[in-house]
Design a protein around this ligand. Structure first.
Ligand code: NAD
Length: 495
């Protein structure tokens, strides 16, 4: 049995950890490895290594930092197949979907390659007689990331490339359910020339998380996961005086207007609801049909969803893999049962899906005539379940979305520009798609929800990520007499 270790100060290490958690292969239902669970001591060692590394990394030139990012980008491309297989084996998602997440993560590394441009400060000449003023941003120190199971590569990459390129050092506590991808990235960073201690990985559960949240040498915490834990992390880290951004769960609604291209909308909704077995924070879990749109849409949705090829993510042609654990499968089945019991119509019931073996499989489910008081609507199911809620008008659809405590993503399918414009202005959600079901912003914008989907002020990656991982300094200067400049070399200056 392989034991997955921490990565501290450039080396794989157990760091005195003895507790472990099983790592499953969701497609077979068998345990394939165990991962160490850190006590506070291992976190302390990782933070100490990061703190030491910060003394020099914070002073490394911008061009040297972007050189590491360029090298990491190349390595991520070269090792894409290996990484995709690691993700697929521990998470269960289809291999092409795993590749997609690597590409989206790599895009943040590409953003970090250009960090010098983004970090440019401002300068005002002669704000008073002989006085100039300039501003620039400086790194915070040791930053930490705590991440969920559903994107073991992409979500940590929303954080560490930006934190490291801006001059910080980093301690990552990835999900204990699919930990191997993070160790692989640590090795790639080392191969890219990142000095030891700048990027560290500590595996663990609540004990490790609490040790990070309370650690006096951790300056900032980025968290992505479920809403109750996001709220907890935000409160605890903030009360320990840290900067914190905590992204939580979601309940993403897609509105389908009667004037939409219903075939296109059904295609897009099928991909957005059942891709990665619905285990995406931007998955569409509620289709809000307006007027009579449901009558034409629901049969097409049923046909498309029932035609999906469900099986091990590593097999060619598989659209949807298993869910992450047997507990997740049972929880999802429980929500389908409660929806039916509370009056929803099971157009397609994923509980009826059968497959030989012990894999954590459940088929796609479409529930029609779901109402906002049902548990399957109120809670984040985080599985392949699409609820159809029928609304009379677009106003009623917007009210429904605005009344929901989550506000991560939403979308509208329509051919009417005025309706789309009204929707994007009135809906209280952080990321909005118009005829785009999963509106995940590109890496040079920032990602984040509203309401219970994000605690803290800043969204993640892109310009807001840079602001989060740096603090602003403004300098007012006067030089009554300038020292003489001496040119010491004749060659072209380099960093
Ligand atoms: P989770 O909240 O269970 O775990 C997230 C992290 O918190 C993990 O590293 C885990 O070890 C740690 N953790 C778990 N329980 C803890 C506790 N009691 N105290 C301290 N730390 C704890 O989430 P998950 O099941 O791994 O991931 C799925 C969730 O993440 C969904 O709710 C999904 O919507 C959300 N998510 C949100 C976004 C976003 O951008 N808003 C992105 C991806 C996932």
């Amino acid at each position: 049995m392989t034991t997955i270790q921490h990565w501290i100060d450039g080396t794989a290490t157990a760091a005195d950890s003895t507790r472990t958690a099983p790592v499953w292969n969701p497609a077979t239902g068998r345990q394939q490895a165990e991962v160490l669970l850190a006590e506070a001591d291992a976190v302390d060692r990782a933070v100490a290594a990061a703190r030491r590394a910060f003394e020099t990394w914070g002073e490394v030139s911008l061009s040297a930092r972007s050189k590491v990012m360029f090298a990491l980008r190349q390595l991520l491309e070269r090792h894409e197949d290996e990484l995709a297989r690691i993700i697929c084996a521990e998470h269960g998602k289809a291999i092409d979907d795993a590749r997609g997440e690597i590409v989206r993560g790599r895009e943040v590394v590409e953003f970090a390659c250009g960090i010098a441009e983004v970090l440019k400060g401002s300068f005002s000449n002669e704000v008073s007689s002989g006085v100039d003023l300039h501003s620039f941003r400086q790194p915070l120190g040791v930053c930490a990331g705590i991440t969920p199971f559903n994107f073991p590569i992409m979500v940590p990459m929303w954080m560490h490339p930006v934190a490291i390129a801006t001059g910080n050092t980093f301690v990552l506590k990835p999900s204990e359910r699919d930990p191997s991808a993070s160790n692989f990235v640590a090795q790639l960073y080392a191969d890219a020339g990142l000095p030891d201690g700048v990027f560290n990985v500590v595996h663990g559960d609540k004990t490790a998380v609490d040790a990070i949240l309370d650690h006096p040498d951790v300056a900032a915490v980025s968290f992505v996961g479920s809403t109750p834990i996001a709220r907890y992390v935000h409160e605890r880290a903030q009360s320990a005086g840290k900067r914190v951004q905590a992204l939580g769960g979601a309940k993403n609604h897609a509105v389908v207007m009667p004037d939409a291209d219903l075939g296109f909308a059904a295609d897009q909704l099928t991909a957005a609801a059942f891709g990665s077995a619905g285990q995406r924070c931007m998955a569409v879990s509620v289709a809000v049909t307006v007027g009579d749109a449901a009558d034409a849409l629901v049969p097409v949705l049923r046909d498309k969803a029932s035609g999906l090829n469900v099986g091990p993510g590593s097999e060619p042609g598989v659209d949807m893999g298993p869910v992450v654990t047997s507990q997740a499968r049972d929880r999802i089945a429980g929500y389908v049962a409660s929806g039916v019991k509370q009056g929803a119509e099971p157009v397609l019931d994923g509980r009826e899906f059968r497959r030989d073996g012990d894999g954590f499989f459940i088929g796609p489910t479409v529930l029609d005539r779901v109402t906002s008081d049902m548990d399957v609507y109120r809670d984040e199911v985080f599985g392949p379940v699409l609820s159809v809620v029928r609304a009379e008008t677009v106003e009623a659809a917007i009210d429904l979305i605005n009344a929901n405590p989550y506000g991560n993503g939403t979308a509208i399918f329509t051919s009417d520009g005025a309706v789309a414009r009204r929707f994007e202005r009135e809906v209280r959600v952080g990321m909005v798609g118009v005829n785009v079901p999963i509106p995940v912003p590109m890496s040079y914008y920032s990602f984040g929800g509203w309401k219970d989907s994000l605690f803290g002020e800043t969204h993640i990656h892109g310009p807001e990520g840079v602001r989060f991982y740096t603090r602003l300094k403004v300098v007012t200067s006067r030089w009554p007499s300038q020292p003489r400049q001496v040119a010491s070399r004749l060659h072209f200056p380099t960093a």
